[in-house]
Design a protein around this ligand. Structure first.
Ligand SMILES: [Ca+2]
Ligand SMILES: [Ca+2]
Length: 318
């Protein structure tokens, strides 16, 4: 009896074909890093997204690109409405204001998988200028000898830093601190977040590879209008006040400039005026400073904010 039970359990394990890995396990199980869409850790949601669609099947470009959903489906709270990326498709969030690294994970990505093991994956990248993107170091321990079929199963604990490793309504967290050593991105001023669909095909020239060079095996082919990663939402996990304040300061402009009297710089905490050679001439708290003690000429005006500073050329006319 015991032996039969053991055999049944073994058969069950083999049928499932999944060995547990070292990374976060399925949502709701011990050791999971999944973030529920109604968790209090979520502070806000993305407000815009643009999508560059990928193919139904990258091996058959004549089938054209996927069409399911629209970019607006990735905006706002996770709701199960998605935009499909297709093989190698891209989705880019141009953030309303930059985010910075804070304690623990900083944002989370939601896909719409209907189960813990039907996992369509995407790489996640961030940028401080919208041009140079740095990818979170992803790791896949999924075997790459047998292609995961279109609706095949993948064990989430074998995956790290892939969007889509948890079922719908549960986000995958990402921590900017993991990119602190990158010279191509400032983790305290992230302006863009981008997803790149994993092409799950194994043994192909266009196979996707993780940060260690492993081929990433995910369901392939998914040759239908909703193929590839299905993006539901992007959640921010920290209050954005400091980054928002710096952004507001950078977006504001001093006025009037040129000026001979008061000059105002909205959102500034303090203002100071320097000569072109760097000598400090005037300083004042707040958003305004009186320039009347200065002779006509060209100076520098520096504004300090709650989370940064800016410097501009200032012209004083008679
Ligand atoms: Ca962080
Ligand atoms: Ca959505």
């Amino acid at each position: 009896m015991r032996l039969s039970l053991a055999i049944l359990i073994l058969i069950g394990t083999c049928l499932q074909g999944q060995v547990l890995g070292p990374y976060g396990s399925a949502a709701g199980s011990p050791g999971s890093t999944a973030i529920a869409k109604d968790s209090s850790i979520i502070k806000s949601w993305a407000t815009n997204c643009s999508v560059l669609r990928g193919y139904w099947d990258i091996d058959k470009p004549a089938l054209d690109t996927v069409t399911y959903g629209q970019a607006a489906d990735a905006i706002g709270p996770a709701d199960g409405q998605v935009v499909s990326l297709g093989d190698s498709g891209l989705a880019t969030f141009d953030l309303a204001f930059p985010i910075s690294d804070a304690n623990g994970p900083d944002f989370a990505i939601f896909e719409n998988s209907f189960s813990d093991v039907f996992l369509e994956l995407a790489f996640v990248e961030v940028s401080s200028n919208g041009i140079d993107f740095v990818r979170f170091p992803a790791h896949s321990l999924v075997q790459d000898s047998a292609q995961t079929a279109g609706f095949g199963a993948t064990e989430p604990s074998l995956l790290y830093n892939f969007a889509g490793k948890y079922r719908g309504d549960f986000g995958v967290p990402f921590d900017l601190a993991e990119l602190k050593d990158s010279s191509r991105v400032n983790i305290n001023s992230i302006s863009h977040i981008r997803l790149v669909d994993v092409i799950g095909a194994v043994g192909k020239p266009y196979s996707s590879r993780d940060a260690f060079g492993n081929v990433v095996n995910d369901p392939y082919p998914t040759a239908y209008a909703s193929g590839g990663f299905d993006l539901d939402a992007l959640a921010f996990l920290h209050p954005s006040s400091l980054a928002e304040k710096e952004y507001e300061l950078r977006q504001s402009k001093p006025y009037p400039n040129p000026s001979a009297g008061q000059i105002h710089w909205p959102k500034a905490v303090a203002l100071s005026v320097y000569s072109l050679s760097g000598a400090s001439l005037l300083a004042a708290e707040g958003e305004s400073i009186n320039l009347s003690p200065l002779m006509p000429g060209t100076y520098f005006l520096k504004a300090e904010g709650l989370n940064g500073e800016m410097k501009l050329e200032l012209i004083i006319k008679i």
